[in-house]
Design a protein around this ligand. Structure first.
Ligand code: ADP
Length: 404
C-alpha cells in the first residue's frame, strides 16, 4: 500500500507544503519534498526521491492545486519519479491542526468532516483554512482515492478535565469550546511509542515527558501511553516561550499593552505570535542557531533569551513530574530538541536532585536517535527525531484497512 502524506500550511510560511510518500508494506520512504516560497513570491518544489538526485521544479502558480499537481507529476516522472502512475497512490493522509473535541481519532474525510473543519477554523485561523485548501486540491487531483485526516489535537483528547479546563466561567467551555486542546499530537505520540521500543518496556507501563522543541514548542505528560497534560492550549500560543511566540503570559498584559501602545486586536495578535518569544527578547532572530551564535559572541540579550527558553521548559518538566507522580524518561525532539546539545544541557542541568543526569559525551549529537542520560541516571533521557508523517501514514493505513 502506497500512501502520500501531506502537510499544508499557511501561504504566509516559507514552506506552504511538505510531503512524504511511503510504501507502507515495509514502511519505506519512497520520496519526500517541500514547496518553498522564493523571493519573487513564486513557489518552487524541492522533490527529493530516495536514492535519486534532488530536483527543483518551479510551480506554475503559487497555489495549492498547482503545487500538488507538480508533486504528482514529479512522483510519476520517468527520471525523477518513484511510481509509474498516480493509480499507485492508494490513500492520502493529511495533517489537520484543529479537530476540536469532536475528532479524537483519524478518519476518512467526507463533506461533513470538511464542514466541521471549517467550523474549527475560527480556533485555528493560521492553520485549518490551509489544511482544508490542501485537502480540496487533492480531492480534485486524485478523485476516488481515500483521504484521511489526522488531527494535531486528537492525541491530547485523553486529558482529564482538571488538565484541560481553564479557570474562567464554565459557560465559555460549554458555549464556545474554550479549553486546552494541545497540539503536535502526532509527534508526541510517535516519540512516546519509540521510547517504549528503546526502553524495551510496554508503553502501558511508562511515564514519559516529551519535549517537542521546534519553531513551535510543546511538552506533553504521557502516562501509560495517554496524554494527561500538555503545554499548548486553546491555541498553539501557550506553553514555554518559542521562536516568535510569547508562550504563557499573564492575560492582564493584553489590555494593558493595548492601551499603552494603542494596539488594535490584530496588532496584538501579531505582537504575541510573530514578534515575541526569543526573537522579541533577544532582538536578534527567531532562529535559535542565530541566537546561540550571537550569545557565544557575548550578546547578553541573546543569552537571556536562551535562559528564559530553557527555564520555562524546565518548569513544565517539573510540573509534569508532579502531575504523573514521577517520570521514567524525558524525550527531546524537533529542530531544537534534535539538534542543540547546548540547549538540551541547559534544560537538564539543575535537576540532578530528582535523578536527571545528562551525559555530556552522549549528548554531543545532532539529529540521531540516542540515549543521552548518564549511566546512573534514574530518569532516562533520549533524543528521538520525530516522524509525524510516518505516524500519519500508519494511521491512514489503519483507517483504510478498517474500511475493507
Ligand atoms: P517546525 O516547528 O517549523 O516544524 P523544526 O522542528 O524544524 O520546525 O524546528 C525549527 C527550529 O529548530 C528553528 O528555530 C531552528 O533554529 C532550530 N534548529 C535547527 N537546527 C538547530 C541547531 N543545530 N541548534 C539550535 N537550533 C536549531
Amino acid at each position: 500500500m502506497k500512501i502520500l502524506v501531506m502537510q499544508c500550511s499557511s501561504t504566509a510560511y516559507r514552506c506552504p507544503i511538505k510531503y512524504k510518500f511511503f510504501d507502507m508494506n515495509n514502511e519505506t520512504l519512497l520520496s519526500k519534498g517541500l514547496v518553498e516560497k522564493v523571493e519573487s513570491e513564486s513557489w518552487v518544489l524541492h522533490h527529493n526521491p530516495t536514492n535519486k538526485p534532488i530536483k527543483d521544479i518551479s510551480v506554475d502558480e503559487p497555489d495549492y492545486t498547482c503545487a500538488i499537481s507538480a508533486i504528482l507529476t514529479a512522483l510519476t516522472d520517468k527520471n525523477c519519479g518513484v511510481i509509474q502512475s498516480i493509480q499507485e497512490i492508494d490513500a492520502v493522509g493529511f495533517r489537520v491542526v484543529h479537530g476540536g473535541e469532536k475528532y479524537s481519532k483519524p478518519l476518512i474525510i467526507t463533506p461533513d468532516v470538511e464542514n466541521f473543519l471549517e467550523e474549527c477554523s475560527a480556533m485555528a485561523p493560521l492553520h485549518n483554512p490551509y489544511n482544508i485548501a490542501g485537502i480540496k486540491a487533492c480531492e480534485n487531483l486524485l478523485p476516488n482515492v481515500p483521504m484521511v485526516a489526522m488531527f494535531d489535537t486528537a492525541f491530547h483528547q485523553t486529558m482529564p478535565a482538571k488538565a484541560f479546563l481553564y479557570g474562567i466561567p464554565y459557560e465559555a467551555y460549554e458555549k464556545h469550546g474554550v479549553r486546552r486542546y494541545g497540539f503536535h499530537g502526532m509527534s508526541h505520540q510517535y516519540v512516546s511509542e519509540r521510547t517504549a521500543v528503546l526502553m524495551d518496556k510496554p508503553l502501558s507501563q511508562l511515564k514519559i515527558i516529551t519535549c517537542h522543541l521546534g519553531n513551535g514548542a510543546s511538552l506533553a505528560a504521557i502516562q501509560y501511553g495517554k496524554s494527561v497534560d500538555t503545554s499548548m492550549g486553546f491555541t498553539p500560543l501557550d506553553g514555554p516561550i518559542m521562536n516568535t511566540r510569547c508562550g504563557g503570559i499573564d492575560p492582564a498584559i493584553f489590555p494593558y499593552l493595548m492601551k499603552k501602545e494603542g494596539l488594535s486586536m490584530e496588532h496584538m495578535d501579531s505582537y504575541l505570535n510573530s514578534r515575541s518569544g526569543v526573537l522579541g527578547l533577544s532582538g536578534v532572530s527567531g532562529d535559535f542557531r542565530k541566537i546561540i551564535l550571537s550569545a557565544q559572541k557575548g550578546n547578553e540579550r541573546a543569552e537571556i533569551a536562551l535562559d528564559v527558553f530553557a527555564y520555562t521548559i524546565k518548569k513544565f518538566i517539573g510540573q509534569y513530574m508532579a502531575a504523573m507522580n514521577g517520570v521514567d524518561a524525558i524525550i527531546f525532539t524537533a529542530g531544537i530538541g534534535e539538534n542543540s546539545p547546548s540547549l538540551r544541557a541547559k534544560i537538564c542541568t539543575g535537576m540532578e536532585f530528582i535523578g536527571v543526569e545528562i551525559d555530556p559525551c552522549r549528548n554531543d549529537i545532532t539529529g540521531v536517535e540516542r540515549e543521552i542520560s548518564a549511566a546512573g541516571s534514574k530518569i532516562k533521557l533520549f533524543v528521538i527525531p520525530t516522524n509525524e508523517e510516518l505516524m500519519i501514514a500508519r494511521e491512514t493505513r489503519a483507517v483504510c484497512a478498517s474500511l475493507a
